[in-house]
Design a protein around this ligand. Structure first.
Ligand code: MTE
Length: 326
């Protein structure tokens, strides 16, 4: 399905071009010198804005990626921000810790358990999950509840296409997702900062929406562990914490599922968590956001309802009080 939408953020609002170019040079030098973790292929991709976004990685599944026509036309945020400024509390709560610590995560072999209100439940290997689906590159805006944002070239396929293969029953009103919970490889789960495993949920209508992306890559190659390898969700109209990483369990449910940040603080984090500039977080405004990578001179930009995807998703919430159901 082809989705068109106006993109109201100009590239110049994301990153001034000369700063973007300077950062790219620094990044390439850093990658080449081994100062920044990454391969020469990554360095070369970073060197060339065209191939940076669409290069065929060594993994055949990433060859000949087509870019989704509805992609954001804003300049993607530089690779080093996407892969080194992360939230992945299983590997630490500081932004740099996931990139430093997540190398211990074992992503092969990987399997996903499917359970609950569906005809086809059981355990599926990652290969089973991915085989029928063509991957595509989708450049989405990504808005964290902490009021920073990025523009990211993800690689994946619509979540709904996978969920349909499990044949949800008529009682399946919600879908819940769980991240791996392994104290051996995830040092952060020994702290009680959240109730592990990390879990998230969507209504079935949200999960079936063509913008909800099951994601396996970024910047033309497989997801780095810190970004949620090997399989994560990206829900671009919701705050980033809904985009759960390293998924090992999918559960179809009749009732609204528990979600990690809502369990931690229900007043601050609702089930829906749609990006909404008119509903402030109890401790800060959500009216504007700081695009990552803009450097000292970057100005904040206005936050858009549903992160700019209102045309596509607003109908999901017709008649719903978005303040009460935040
Ligand atoms: N998933 C798990 N399992 N653990 C986490 O801590 N953090 C969430 C989300 N998914 C998180 C998670 C938050 S708060 C954000 S903003 C995004 O991942 C960050 O994704 P990124 O690091 O790829 O930018």
């Amino acid at each position: 399905m082809l989705i068109r939408r106006p993109d109201s953020i100009k590239p110049s609002q994301i990153t001034p071009e000369h700063l973007f170019a300077q950062r790219r040079e620094l990044l390439i030098a850093g990658l080449a010198a081994g100062l920044i973790p990454g391969t020469m292929a990554q360095a070369q991709r970073a060197a060339d804005p065209e191939s940076r976004q669409l290069a065929a990685a060594s993994d055949g599944r990433f060859a000949d990626l087509k870019r989704w026509p509805g992609s954001s036309t804003a300049e993607p945020t530089a690779l080093e921000y996407v892969t080194q400024y992360n939230n992945y509390y299983e590997f630490g709560t500081d932004k740099g810790e996931p990139a430093r610590n997540a190398h211990t995560l074992v992503t092969d072999p990987w399997s996903v358990t499917v359970e609950g209100e569906a005809e086809n439940t059981g355990s599926f290997t990652l290969e089973d999950i991915l085989r029928p689906h063509a991957l595509e590159e989708r450049i989405y805006r990504f808005r964290c509840v902490e009021a920073w944002s990025m523009v990211v070239p993800w690689v994946g396929f619509p979540l709904g296409d996978l969920l349909k293969r499990f044949a949800p029953t008529s009682r399946a009103k919600y879908v819940q997702f769980f991240t791996l919970n392994d104290p051996e490889t995830m040092p952060g789960v020994r702290s009680r900062v959240l109730d592990w495993p990390y879990r998230e949920g969507l209504t079935i209508a949200e999960a079936m929406h063509p913008l909800a992306l099951l994601t396996v890559g970024v910047y033309g190659q497989a997801l780095p562990n810190q970004n949620g390898a090997p399989l994560r969700l990206i829900v671009p109209w919701k705050y980033g914490y809904k985009s759960i990483k390293s998924i090992v369990r999918i559960r179809f449910m009749e009732n609204e599922p528990e979600t990690s940040w809502n369990m931690a603080n229900a007043r601050e984090y609702g089930f829906y968590s749609n990006v909404n500039p008119d509903v402030p977080h109890p401790r800060w405004s959500q009216a504007s956001e700081r695009p990552l990578g803009g450097g000292l001179f970057a100005s904040r930009i206005p936050t858009l309802l549903f992160n700019g995807y209102a045309e596509e998703v607003a109908s999901l919430y017709a008649g719903l009080d978005l303040v009460r159901n935040h």
